[in-house]
Design a protein around this ligand. Structure first.
Ligand code: SF4
Length: 333
């Protein structure tokens, strides 16, 4: 198979940790955008298993989680003939570039990043070297594929700015322009709250709604969702603006339904049970084709792995070319 197709607006790179079966938060926050970007950009989508090692207690589910995530991406509409979809650790060049970029990265800059401090707070028992170098590996991922743009939400902006600085440092240090400074493709990543309506939807907290859940499981989870906490009785007017059920309606229900709920909730014309039933029905309708495609793909796991290996071989062509330029720029013998 040939290298990525002719350039559209440029190349986009994005990576995500292998977290297994994806949930609504992953879908609205990343996957939906991944699918849309394919129309405008050559896309490289990477399952960043090496990054995941920085925080993993155990790796026994790593392979299965990678597979499940790939299934979800494909079923959601990633087009593997067109986009590159691959696994980070299949491209050894990224680890080499990580080392090289680390030589132009001040150590203090890494330990000053808010994300590093947050990780230290979360896992004080395991402040490993990989955690410190995490943004350098991320920078290596982005620049290895000569990416022009990276979709980022507000919380990821410091990391991308860091990548841009690393690129400038490398190019300045070795008097070259082989590495491309990627542009920030500011993206809206809606904060999807979990069923308790307080925390962010997260698999580890088991407060999520999986895309591949059965219609019954989906309905059950939706019915458990916390609504406007001030609405104690059916006869109380509610406030959709503070209700997570309403947030999801905005993505999965028709404009007419959203307008209707917005009005009726405020005057207690609709109860939360009915409102949730509408959401569950719409969610299941929205995900029905996805679930069908996913189940079909899941019958041919070898094909899914072949897609990932094929993506890696196409990514490798780009990676090798970049590394040849990097070696030449540095003067490595
Ligand atoms: Fe939320 Fe709907 Fe209940 Fe209003 S009626 S509080 S939007 S669940």
């Amino acid at each position: 198979m040939s290298v990525v197709s002719t350039v559209k607006k440029g190349r986009v790179f994005s990576g995500a940790r292998p977290t297994g079966r994806q949930h609504l938060g992953n879908y609205l926050g990343a996957i939906k955008n991944y699918v849309a970007l394919q129309d405008e950009y050559d896309c490289v989508y990477c399952i960043v298993d090496l990054h995941a090692l920085t925080t993993m207690e155990t790796t026994e589910n790593l392979r299965q989680n990678t597979y499940e995530m790939a299934l979800d991406w494909l079923a959601a509409g990633i087009r593997p003939q067109e986009s590159i979809m691959m696994i980070q650790s299949h491209i050894l060049e990224v680890t080499e570039l990580h080392v090289i970029l680390s030589m132009v990265t001040p150590q203090g800059k890494l330990t000053d990043l808010p994300t590093f401090k947050e990780k230290v707070r979360q896992q004080p028992h395991n402040v490993n070297y990989g955690l410190v170098g995490y943004p350098v590996l991320m920078a290596a991922d982005i620049v290895l594929y000569k990416s022009n743009a990276v979709p980022v939400g507000v919380d990821q902006q410091p990391h991308l700015e860091f990548t841009r600085e690393v690129v400038r440092s490398f190019n300045y240090r070795f008097k070259t322009n082989v590495l491309i400074e990627p542009e920030m493709k500011a993206t809206e990543f809606p904060k999807v709250l979990c069923i308790d309506g307080v925390q962010k939807m997260s698999k580890s907290l088991n407060n999520h709604i999986e895309l591949a859940a059965t219609p019954e499981e989906t309905q059950q989870r939706v019915m458990q969702m916390v609504t406007d906490p001030a609405r104690m009785r059916r006869t109380d007017p509610g406030n959709p603006d503070v209700c997570n059920v309403f947030t999801l309606h905005k993505y999965f229900s028709s404009a007419e339904e959203v307008a209707h709920i917005n009005i009726e909730c405020r005057r207690a014309g609709i109860g939360c049970v009915d409102c949730k039933k509408i959401l569950a029905k719409n969610l299941n309708a929205h995900l029905s084709d996805f679930r069908e495609r996913r189940a079909k793909l899941d019958k041919t796991p070898d094909m899914v792995w072949d897609i990932l290996h094929d993506g890696a071989s196409r990514a490798k062509v780009i990676a090798k070319a970049t590394m040849a330029e990097v070696h030449a720029a540095i003067g490595l013998p």
